[in-house]
Design a protein around this ligand. Structure first.
Ligand SMILES: Nc1ncnc2c1ncn2[C@@H]1O[C@H](COP(=O)(O)OP(=O)(O)OP(=O)(O)O)[C@@H](O)[C@H]1O
Ligand SMILES: [Mg+2]
Length: 427
Protein backbone atom coordinates (compact mmCIF):
# COMPACT_ATOMS: atom_id res chain seq x y z
CA UNK A 1 0.00 0.00 0.00
CA UNK A 2 1.53 3.31 -1.04
CA UNK A 3 1.93 5.95 1.60
CA UNK A 4 -0.94 8.34 2.31
CA UNK A 5 1.05 11.54 2.06
CA UNK A 6 -1.78 13.65 3.47
CA UNK A 7 -1.29 11.84 6.80
CA UNK A 8 2.50 12.26 6.90
CA UNK A 9 4.15 13.41 10.09
CA UNK A 10 7.55 15.06 10.06
CA UNK A 11 10.40 15.03 12.55
CA UNK A 12 12.71 18.02 12.77
CA UNK A 13 15.39 16.20 10.79
CA UNK A 14 12.97 15.27 7.99
CA UNK A 15 11.69 18.85 7.89
CA UNK A 16 15.22 20.19 7.66
CA UNK A 17 16.13 17.84 4.81
CA UNK A 18 12.93 18.55 2.88
CA UNK A 19 13.24 22.30 3.29
CA UNK A 20 16.80 22.57 2.00
CA UNK A 21 17.23 24.21 -1.40
CA UNK A 22 18.19 21.40 -3.84
CA UNK A 23 21.03 23.48 -5.26
CA UNK A 24 22.55 23.92 -1.79
CA UNK A 25 23.32 20.18 -1.63
CA UNK A 26 26.77 19.12 -2.85
CA UNK A 27 27.31 16.59 -5.65
CA UNK A 28 26.47 13.55 -3.51
CA UNK A 29 24.18 13.40 -0.49
CA UNK A 30 23.79 10.23 1.54
CA UNK A 31 20.93 9.48 3.92
CA UNK A 32 21.96 6.57 6.09
CA UNK A 33 20.96 5.05 9.37
CA UNK A 34 18.51 2.70 11.00
CA UNK A 35 16.00 0.52 9.18
CA UNK A 36 12.61 2.14 8.55
CA UNK A 37 13.91 5.56 9.50
CA UNK A 38 12.36 7.26 6.46
CA UNK A 39 15.49 7.58 4.31
CA UNK A 40 13.91 6.39 1.06
CA UNK A 41 10.63 8.27 1.44
CA UNK A 42 12.39 11.52 2.28
CA UNK A 43 14.32 11.29 -0.99
CA UNK A 44 11.22 10.30 -2.97
CA UNK A 45 9.37 13.27 -1.58
CA UNK A 46 12.22 15.58 -2.50
CA UNK A 47 12.62 14.34 -6.10
CA UNK A 48 10.01 16.57 -7.79
CA UNK A 49 11.60 19.67 -6.28
CA UNK A 50 15.09 18.47 -7.23
CA UNK A 51 14.02 17.78 -10.82
CA UNK A 52 12.46 21.21 -11.06
CA UNK A 53 15.66 22.83 -9.82
CA UNK A 54 17.99 20.83 -12.09
CA UNK A 55 15.89 21.06 -15.27
CA UNK A 56 15.64 18.49 -18.04
CA UNK A 57 18.72 18.89 -20.21
CA UNK A 58 20.25 15.51 -19.35
CA UNK A 59 19.39 11.99 -18.31
CA UNK A 60 18.21 11.15 -14.77
CA UNK A 61 19.22 7.79 -13.42
CA UNK A 62 17.69 5.57 -10.73
CA UNK A 63 19.78 2.62 -9.59
CA UNK A 64 19.63 -0.13 -7.01
CA UNK A 65 21.12 -3.56 -6.58
CA UNK A 66 18.96 -4.58 -9.58
CA UNK A 67 16.22 -2.99 -11.68
CA UNK A 68 13.73 -4.98 -9.64
CA UNK A 69 14.89 -3.53 -6.35
CA UNK A 70 14.43 -0.03 -7.82
CA UNK A 71 10.91 -0.97 -8.79
CA UNK A 72 10.08 -2.54 -5.42
CA UNK A 73 11.72 0.05 -3.18
CA UNK A 74 11.34 3.27 -5.13
CA UNK A 75 8.93 3.31 -8.06
CA UNK A 76 6.21 1.68 -6.00
CA UNK A 77 6.05 4.93 -3.96
CA UNK A 78 7.32 7.47 -6.48
CA UNK A 79 4.71 6.67 -9.17
CA UNK A 80 1.58 7.15 -7.02
CA UNK A 81 3.17 10.23 -5.42
CA UNK A 82 3.78 11.87 -8.81
CA UNK A 83 0.51 10.76 -10.40
CA UNK A 84 -2.00 11.03 -7.55
CA UNK A 85 -0.60 13.92 -5.58
CA UNK A 86 1.20 16.08 -8.13
CA UNK A 87 -0.85 15.46 -11.28
CA UNK A 88 2.17 14.27 -13.27
CA UNK A 89 2.93 10.92 -14.86
CA UNK A 90 5.58 8.24 -14.52
CA UNK A 91 5.90 5.58 -17.21
CA UNK A 92 8.52 2.91 -16.65
CA UNK A 93 9.57 -0.18 -18.53
CA UNK A 94 11.54 -2.06 -15.91
CA UNK A 95 12.86 -4.63 -18.35
CA UNK A 96 14.48 -2.09 -20.72
CA UNK A 97 15.03 0.41 -17.90
CA UNK A 98 13.51 3.30 -19.83
CA UNK A 99 11.39 5.67 -17.81
CA UNK A 100 9.73 9.01 -18.48
CA UNK A 101 8.47 11.36 -15.81
CA UNK A 102 6.25 14.30 -16.69
CA UNK A 103 5.88 16.93 -13.99
CA UNK A 104 4.53 20.44 -14.12
CA UNK A 105 4.66 20.46 -17.92
CA UNK A 106 8.27 19.26 -18.19
CA UNK A 107 9.37 15.89 -19.58
CA UNK A 108 12.29 14.16 -17.84
CA UNK A 109 13.95 11.23 -19.62
CA UNK A 110 15.10 8.71 -16.99
CA UNK A 111 16.86 5.39 -16.81
CA UNK A 112 16.55 2.54 -14.32
CA UNK A 113 19.65 0.41 -13.85
CA UNK A 114 20.92 -2.35 -11.59
CA UNK A 115 24.33 -1.64 -10.11
CA UNK A 116 24.96 -4.68 -7.96
CA UNK A 117 26.96 -6.96 -10.24
CA UNK A 118 30.60 -6.69 -11.27
CA UNK A 119 29.56 -6.23 -14.93
CA UNK A 120 26.86 -3.61 -14.16
CA UNK A 121 29.26 -0.85 -15.04
CA UNK A 122 29.03 -1.79 -18.75
CA UNK A 123 25.41 -0.65 -18.84
CA UNK A 124 26.24 2.95 -17.91
CA UNK A 125 29.37 3.75 -19.89
CA UNK A 126 29.04 6.97 -21.86
CA UNK A 127 26.31 9.54 -21.50
CA UNK A 128 25.85 12.53 -19.26
CA UNK A 129 23.57 12.55 -16.26
CA UNK A 130 22.34 15.43 -14.16
CA UNK A 131 20.62 13.35 -11.46
CA UNK A 132 21.33 10.01 -9.85
CA UNK A 133 19.36 8.34 -7.10
CA UNK A 134 21.13 5.27 -5.70
CA UNK A 135 18.79 3.22 -3.56
CA UNK A 136 20.81 1.16 -1.04
CA UNK A 137 24.13 2.50 -2.29
CA UNK A 138 26.38 -0.01 -0.43
CA UNK A 139 24.78 -2.79 -2.49
CA UNK A 140 26.18 -1.25 -5.68
CA UNK A 141 29.39 -2.52 -7.16
CA UNK A 142 32.33 -0.21 -6.50
CA UNK A 143 33.08 0.13 -10.24
CA UNK A 144 29.46 1.10 -10.92
CA UNK A 145 29.57 3.75 -8.19
CA UNK A 146 32.72 5.31 -9.62
CA UNK A 147 31.42 5.26 -13.16
CA UNK A 148 28.12 6.80 -12.03
CA UNK A 149 29.90 9.68 -10.29
CA UNK A 150 31.93 10.33 -13.42
CA UNK A 151 28.73 10.68 -15.49
CA UNK A 152 27.53 13.60 -13.35
CA UNK A 153 29.44 16.34 -15.19
CA UNK A 154 26.96 19.26 -15.51
CA UNK A 155 27.47 21.93 -12.82
CA UNK A 156 23.91 21.51 -11.56
CA UNK A 157 24.08 17.68 -11.40
CA UNK A 158 23.11 16.17 -8.04
CA UNK A 159 23.18 12.65 -6.63
CA UNK A 160 21.24 11.31 -3.65
CA UNK A 161 21.63 7.93 -2.04
CA UNK A 162 20.22 6.01 0.88
CA UNK A 163 21.76 3.15 2.77
CA UNK A 164 21.65 0.92 5.78
CA UNK A 165 25.00 0.68 7.52
CA UNK A 166 27.31 -2.17 6.60
CA UNK A 167 30.80 -3.10 7.68
CA UNK A 168 33.12 -0.24 8.57
CA UNK A 169 35.46 -1.81 5.99
CA UNK A 170 33.00 -0.95 3.23
CA UNK A 171 34.31 1.46 0.56
CA UNK A 172 31.45 3.89 1.18
CA UNK A 173 32.37 4.21 4.84
CA UNK A 174 36.12 4.33 4.23
CA UNK A 175 36.05 6.81 1.35
CA UNK A 176 33.20 9.13 2.24
CA UNK A 177 31.52 8.75 5.64
CA UNK A 178 34.62 8.37 7.80
CA UNK A 179 36.51 11.32 6.26
CA UNK A 180 33.30 13.39 6.42
CA UNK A 181 32.95 12.66 10.13
CA UNK A 182 36.64 13.52 10.57
CA UNK A 183 35.90 16.88 8.97
CA UNK A 184 37.94 16.28 5.81
CA UNK A 185 37.23 19.42 3.78
CA UNK A 186 37.93 17.86 0.37
CA UNK A 187 35.28 15.23 1.04
CA UNK A 188 32.87 17.77 2.54
CA UNK A 189 33.07 19.84 -0.65
CA UNK A 190 31.41 17.05 -2.63
CA UNK A 191 29.61 14.94 -0.05
CA UNK A 192 26.96 15.52 2.60
CA UNK A 193 25.87 13.02 5.21
CA UNK A 194 22.47 12.82 6.88
CA UNK A 195 22.12 10.27 9.63
CA UNK A 196 18.61 9.00 10.53
CA UNK A 197 17.39 7.01 13.51
CA UNK A 198 13.94 5.48 13.90
CA UNK A 199 13.10 8.48 16.11
CA UNK A 200 13.65 10.65 13.05
CA UNK A 201 10.68 8.98 11.35
CA UNK A 202 7.64 10.52 13.05
CA UNK A 203 5.37 8.04 11.23
CA UNK A 204 6.50 5.02 13.24
CA UNK A 205 4.64 3.97 16.38
CA UNK A 206 6.43 3.35 19.65
CA UNK A 207 5.31 -0.29 19.55
CA UNK A 208 6.84 -0.77 16.11
CA UNK A 209 10.15 0.70 17.27
CA UNK A 210 10.12 -1.48 20.41
CA UNK A 211 9.43 -4.59 18.35
CA UNK A 212 12.26 -3.81 15.92
CA UNK A 213 14.58 -3.40 18.90
CA UNK A 214 13.86 -6.99 19.93
CA UNK A 215 14.75 -8.47 16.54
CA UNK A 216 18.46 -7.81 16.59
CA UNK A 217 21.43 -8.19 18.84
CA UNK A 218 25.18 -7.57 18.76
CA UNK A 219 26.71 -5.98 15.68
CA UNK A 220 23.42 -6.22 13.79
CA UNK A 221 21.61 -4.26 16.45
CA UNK A 222 24.30 -1.61 16.17
CA UNK A 223 23.72 -1.44 12.42
CA UNK A 224 19.99 -1.90 11.96
CA UNK A 225 18.79 -0.07 15.07
CA UNK A 226 21.53 2.35 15.99
CA UNK A 227 22.50 2.84 12.35
CA UNK A 228 26.23 2.46 12.97
CA UNK A 229 28.89 1.21 10.55
CA UNK A 230 30.55 -1.57 12.49
CA UNK A 231 32.36 -4.74 11.59
CA UNK A 232 30.15 -7.78 12.00
CA UNK A 233 31.67 -9.84 14.73
CA UNK A 234 30.60 -12.72 16.87
CA UNK A 235 28.17 -15.40 15.80
CA UNK A 236 26.57 -15.10 12.38
CA UNK A 237 23.19 -16.28 13.70
CA UNK A 238 23.47 -14.54 17.03
CA UNK A 239 19.72 -14.50 17.63
CA UNK A 240 19.47 -18.28 17.26
CA UNK A 241 18.22 -19.49 20.61
CA UNK A 242 18.18 -23.21 21.38
CA UNK A 243 15.23 -22.83 23.74
CA UNK A 244 13.11 -21.21 21.00
CA UNK A 245 14.44 -22.63 17.75
CA UNK A 246 15.10 -26.29 18.48
CA UNK A 247 12.18 -28.71 18.23
CA UNK A 248 11.91 -32.34 19.34
CA UNK A 249 12.06 -34.89 16.55
CA UNK A 250 8.82 -36.61 17.64
CA UNK A 251 6.90 -33.33 17.42
CA UNK A 252 8.20 -32.95 13.88
CA UNK A 253 7.16 -36.50 12.99
CA UNK A 254 3.67 -35.70 14.25
CA UNK A 255 3.49 -32.65 12.00
CA UNK A 256 4.43 -34.86 9.06
CA UNK A 257 1.77 -37.42 10.02
CA UNK A 258 -0.85 -34.71 10.33
CA UNK A 259 0.04 -33.43 6.82
CA UNK A 260 1.00 -30.02 8.14
CA UNK A 261 4.12 -29.85 5.98
CA UNK A 262 3.37 -28.69 2.45
CA UNK A 263 6.72 -29.19 0.76
CA UNK A 264 10.01 -31.01 1.33
CA UNK A 265 13.34 -30.04 -0.21
CA UNK A 266 17.09 -30.28 0.35
CA UNK A 267 20.27 -28.26 0.40
CA UNK A 268 23.57 -29.97 -0.32
CA UNK A 269 27.12 -28.80 0.24
CA UNK A 270 29.58 -31.27 -1.28
CA UNK A 271 32.84 -32.05 0.44
CA UNK A 272 35.47 -34.76 0.63
CA UNK A 273 38.03 -33.90 3.26
CA UNK A 274 35.54 -31.37 4.51
CA UNK A 275 32.28 -33.17 5.26
CA UNK A 276 29.42 -33.30 2.80
CA UNK A 277 26.27 -31.85 4.34
CA UNK A 278 22.86 -32.81 3.02
CA UNK A 279 19.92 -31.20 4.84
CA UNK A 280 16.26 -32.10 4.52
CA UNK A 281 13.86 -29.22 5.12
CA UNK A 282 10.14 -28.70 4.97
CA UNK A 283 7.85 -25.72 5.09
CA UNK A 284 4.32 -25.39 6.42
CA UNK A 285 1.48 -23.18 5.20
CA UNK A 286 2.39 -20.34 7.55
CA UNK A 287 5.87 -20.15 5.99
CA UNK A 288 7.69 -21.72 8.93
CA UNK A 289 10.70 -23.79 7.85
CA UNK A 290 11.73 -27.00 9.61
CA UNK A 291 15.02 -28.84 9.40
CA UNK A 292 14.03 -32.50 9.70
CA UNK A 293 17.14 -34.44 9.03
CA UNK A 294 20.79 -34.20 8.13
CA UNK A 295 23.41 -36.36 6.49
CA UNK A 296 26.84 -35.16 7.53
CA UNK A 297 29.97 -37.11 6.75
CA UNK A 298 33.48 -36.90 5.34
CA UNK A 299 34.55 -38.84 2.26
CA UNK A 300 31.19 -39.97 0.95
CA UNK A 301 30.35 -40.42 -2.73
CA UNK A 302 27.19 -39.18 -4.40
CA UNK A 303 25.77 -42.74 -4.32
CA UNK A 304 25.54 -42.59 -0.54
CA UNK A 305 23.67 -39.29 -0.78
CA UNK A 306 21.32 -40.75 -3.41
CA UNK A 307 20.59 -43.75 -1.17
CA UNK A 308 20.03 -41.49 1.81
CA UNK A 309 17.53 -39.32 -0.08
CA UNK A 310 15.63 -42.32 -1.39
CA UNK A 311 15.57 -43.97 2.05
CA UNK A 312 14.31 -40.77 3.68
CA UNK A 313 11.49 -40.50 1.16
CA UNK A 314 10.46 -44.02 2.22
CA UNK A 315 10.92 -43.35 5.91
CA UNK A 316 8.81 -40.18 5.91
CA UNK A 317 6.40 -41.46 3.24
CA UNK A 318 6.73 -38.22 1.30
CA UNK A 319 8.26 -37.15 -2.02
CA UNK A 320 10.82 -34.37 -1.88
CA UNK A 321 10.55 -31.72 -4.59
CA UNK A 322 14.03 -30.33 -5.16
CA UNK A 323 17.59 -30.03 -3.97
CA UNK A 324 19.71 -26.91 -4.37
CA UNK A 325 23.33 -28.01 -4.46
CA UNK A 326 26.81 -26.59 -4.34
CA UNK A 327 27.74 -25.94 -7.99
CA UNK A 328 31.40 -26.88 -7.51
CA UNK A 329 30.69 -30.58 -8.14
CA UNK A 330 28.59 -30.83 -11.34
CA UNK A 331 29.29 -34.55 -11.79
CA UNK A 332 27.86 -35.31 -8.33
CA UNK A 333 24.81 -33.20 -9.13
CA UNK A 334 24.35 -35.16 -12.37
CA UNK A 335 24.30 -38.39 -10.40
CA UNK A 336 21.51 -37.01 -8.22
CA UNK A 337 19.62 -35.91 -11.32
CA UNK A 338 19.83 -39.42 -12.79
CA UNK A 339 19.16 -41.42 -9.65
CA UNK A 340 16.50 -39.49 -7.73
CA UNK A 341 13.12 -38.05 -8.65
CA UNK A 342 14.12 -34.56 -7.47
CA UNK A 343 14.70 -31.42 -9.49
CA UNK A 344 18.37 -30.57 -8.97
CA UNK A 345 19.33 -26.91 -8.93
CA UNK A 346 22.90 -25.65 -8.74
CA UNK A 347 22.34 -22.08 -7.65
CA UNK A 348 24.93 -20.71 -5.30
CA UNK A 349 23.53 -17.57 -3.66
CA UNK A 350 25.65 -14.65 -2.48
CA UNK A 351 26.76 -15.40 1.06
CA UNK A 352 25.60 -12.05 2.51
CA UNK A 353 22.19 -12.25 0.82
CA UNK A 354 21.42 -15.78 1.88
CA UNK A 355 22.67 -15.24 5.42
CA UNK A 356 20.36 -12.29 5.78
CA UNK A 357 17.40 -14.39 4.57
CA UNK A 358 18.18 -17.09 7.13
CA UNK A 359 18.71 -14.47 9.82
CA UNK A 360 15.33 -12.94 8.98
CA UNK A 361 13.62 -16.31 9.44
CA UNK A 362 15.32 -16.82 12.80
CA UNK A 363 14.38 -13.33 13.98
CA UNK A 364 10.72 -14.03 13.24
CA UNK A 365 10.93 -17.54 14.79
CA UNK A 366 10.22 -19.07 11.40
CA UNK A 367 13.05 -21.60 11.35
CA UNK A 368 13.00 -24.60 13.66
CA UNK A 369 15.70 -27.24 13.84
CA UNK A 370 15.13 -30.84 14.86
CA UNK A 371 17.02 -31.81 17.99
CA UNK A 372 18.30 -34.81 16.02
CA UNK A 373 20.35 -32.56 13.70
CA UNK A 374 23.40 -32.35 15.92
CA UNK A 375 25.94 -31.32 13.28
CA UNK A 376 23.79 -28.37 12.21
CA UNK A 377 23.14 -27.34 15.80
CA UNK A 378 26.83 -27.51 16.49
CA UNK A 379 27.55 -25.18 13.56
CA UNK A 380 24.89 -22.71 14.72
CA UNK A 381 26.89 -22.31 17.90
CA UNK A 382 30.26 -21.82 16.18
CA UNK A 383 29.62 -20.19 12.75
CA UNK A 384 31.04 -16.70 13.20
CA UNK A 385 32.64 -13.63 11.70
CA UNK A 386 36.35 -13.01 12.24
CA UNK A 387 37.14 -10.70 15.13
CA UNK A 388 38.89 -7.39 14.46
CA UNK A 389 42.30 -8.99 15.07
CA UNK A 390 41.51 -11.94 12.81
CA UNK A 391 40.34 -9.65 10.01
CA UNK A 392 43.72 -9.52 8.28
CA UNK A 393 44.11 -13.27 8.49
CA UNK A 394 40.73 -14.00 6.96
CA UNK A 395 40.14 -10.79 5.06
CA UNK A 396 38.95 -11.62 1.58
CA UNK A 397 39.78 -8.23 0.08
CA UNK A 398 36.14 -7.32 -0.53
CA UNK A 399 33.94 -5.12 1.57
CA UNK A 400 31.34 -7.79 2.29
CA UNK A 401 30.77 -9.48 5.61
CA UNK A 402 32.09 -12.98 5.25
CA UNK A 403 32.08 -15.53 8.06
CA UNK A 404 35.14 -17.65 8.73
CA UNK A 405 35.13 -20.61 6.38
CA UNK A 406 35.50 -23.31 9.02
CA UNK A 407 32.78 -25.70 10.12
CA UNK A 408 30.32 -24.12 7.72
CA UNK A 409 29.16 -27.17 5.74
CA UNK A 410 25.67 -27.44 7.26
CA UNK A 411 25.37 -23.66 7.30
CA UNK A 412 26.07 -23.59 3.54
CA UNK A 413 23.62 -26.39 2.79
CA UNK A 414 21.00 -24.56 4.85
CA UNK A 415 21.56 -21.30 2.95
CA UNK A 416 21.28 -23.04 -0.42
CA UNK A 417 17.98 -24.72 0.47
CA UNK A 418 16.31 -21.73 2.09
CA UNK A 419 17.49 -19.21 -0.48
CA UNK A 420 16.15 -21.31 -3.35
CA UNK A 421 12.80 -21.91 -1.70
CA UNK A 422 12.28 -18.33 -0.50
CA UNK A 423 13.29 -16.66 -3.75
CA UNK A 424 11.51 -19.05 -6.10
CA UNK A 425 8.56 -20.75 -4.48
CA UNK A 426 7.27 -18.68 -1.63
CA UNK A 427 6.03 -15.46 -3.24
N1 LIG B 1 6.47 11.03 4.80
C1 LIG B 1 5.93 9.90 5.22
N2 LIG B 1 4.58 9.77 5.33
C2 LIG B 1 4.02 8.64 5.76
N3 LIG B 1 4.68 7.55 6.12
C3 LIG B 1 6.02 7.60 6.04
C4 LIG B 1 6.71 8.76 5.59
N4 LIG B 1 8.01 8.51 5.63
C5 LIG B 1 8.15 7.23 6.08
N5 LIG B 1 6.94 6.69 6.34
C6 LIG B 1 6.67 5.33 6.86
O1 LIG B 1 7.89 4.79 7.37
C7 LIG B 1 8.24 3.60 6.67
C8 LIG B 1 9.73 3.56 6.46
O2 LIG B 1 10.13 4.59 5.58
P1 LIG B 1 11.27 4.34 4.50
O3 LIG B 1 10.97 3.17 3.67
O4 LIG B 1 11.51 5.64 3.82
O5 LIG B 1 12.46 4.01 5.49
P2 LIG B 1 13.95 3.58 5.15
O6 LIG B 1 14.79 4.30 6.13
O7 LIG B 1 14.24 3.79 3.71
O8 LIG B 1 13.88 2.05 5.54
P3 LIG B 1 14.81 0.81 5.05
O9 LIG B 1 16.11 0.96 5.77
O10 LIG B 1 14.04 -0.38 5.55
O11 LIG B 1 14.93 0.92 3.55
C9 LIG B 1 7.44 3.66 5.37
O12 LIG B 1 7.16 2.38 4.87
C10 LIG B 1 6.20 4.41 5.79
O13 LIG B 1 5.28 3.51 6.37
MG1 LIG C 1 14.82 2.41 2.17
Amino acid sequence: MPVKWEDSKYSNKAKKFLAKDPMKFPLLTLLDGAVRSGKTLNIIQKIPQIFDAIGNDYLKVFSGYSKNTVRNNVLIELKPFIENYLGGSLKANTSSGEMEIILWGKKYPCLIVGGGEADSVASIQGGTWDFWYANELPQHHYSFYNMALSRLTPANARAFADSNPESSNHWLYQEKIKPYLENNLDVKAVFEYWHFTMQDNANLSETFINNQNKLYSGAFKARKIDGLWVVADGLVYDTFNTSKHVIAKDILLKKIDENLISEYFLGIDWGWNHPTACLLLGVDKSGTYYLFDELYSQKIEADIVVDWINEKQQEYGRYFSFANCDNARPEQNDKLRKSTNLIIYEEKPRIEDSISLVRGLINYDKLLISDACTATLNEFSTYRYPSESEQTKYYSGGSADLPIKINDDCMDALRYAIFKHLTTFSR
